[in-house]
Design a binder for this molecule. Sequence first.
Ligand SMILES: [Zn+2]
Length: 187
Amino acid sequence: MTTLLRGALLSPHFTVDEALKSTPNLSGIPANVRPAVQLAAQRMEELRALLGRKPVNPTSWYRDFENNQRVGGKADSSHLSGYALDFTVKGMRPREIMHMIAANVTTLGVDQAIEYGGHVHISFDPRRRGQLLLATGGGTFVPWKPTEAIQPMSKEPGSPEPGSSAWWLALAAAIVTAILTFLTKQS
Ligand SMILES: [Zn+2]
């Protein structure tokens, strides 16, 4: 296999450029990691379908040695092999994404998935350990456990919580406006 150059697709919804976000100096995916990166892209297509085909945004994927050091990755990081990536999904919290991963660990061939505050790390290393972790900050991790009820992503940003004082004020204002509109029409 040869180097896969920037501008090309890895799979229908993932690009070479997305896989090289952490390696700005590279013009393409090196031949030795290309199979691993393409395998990860295929598995991410399956996960994307499970997540309702929402836009998936890889934030860090393949890292060569120098760039892994630069971003503070672990010396044995699976980003070095191309099997791992960090990503976000539009309109979904890391917790919700982890619930879907946890329910499909075997079919997706997950080696490791880690829930962070703002993203999910996932590795498709062929070891397939199925390890699920929660990052608790400062490089520490605990076993990931599901929550009973998943909070859906918040409604319109900025709209008040039903029952809150801001919500009651907005309701009162709407009623006053309606009455005034009605009275204006009568006169
Ligand atoms: Zn990662």
